[in-house]
Design a protein. Structure first.
Length: 123
């Protein structure tokens, strides 16, 4: 879900959770970064019974280090960045941005479906 930059991320997350709860009722666990800590954790638990787990820096971490689960989001952003239309914020309407994200992910899935299967690696 795409929302206006005028909406605080934690408030925008509530909009995402409202939409996701209707589409994916079997969700039980959600991962988020430290920006979503605080009242949102309790709100999500009360509202739909989901657990919001905050992925934090590793203890004693110095400099950049890939965090568990966090790389999934960063990798997805990188995939989206390969689409020229998504490389910058060109859209005026958030609905157009959402549509372009869906088109980019459909294109990625179709490319992968069209590739021959990779041989299994020996262990």
């Amino acid at each position: 879900m795409v929302h206006s930059a005028a909406i605080q991320d934690r408030d925008g997350a509530k909009l995402v959770f409202f939409k996701a709860a209707a589409l994916f009722p079997t969700i039980t666990l959600v991962w988020a970064d430290g920006g979503y800590a605080g009242k949102l954790v309790e709100w999500l638990q009360r509202w739909c019974g989901w657990v919001l787990e905050i992925v934090r820096k590793l203890e004693g971490q110095v400099g950049f280090q890939v965090l568990p689960k966090r790389w999934l989001v960063e990798r997805t952003f990188a995939w989206l960045g390969h689409s020229r239309r998504l490389s910058k914020d060109y859209e005026e309407l958030v609905e157009n941005s959402e549509a372009m994200i869906q088109i980019a992910m459909i294109r990625l899935m179709l490319q992968r479906l069209g590739q021959p299967p990779r041989p299994k690696q020996r262990q």
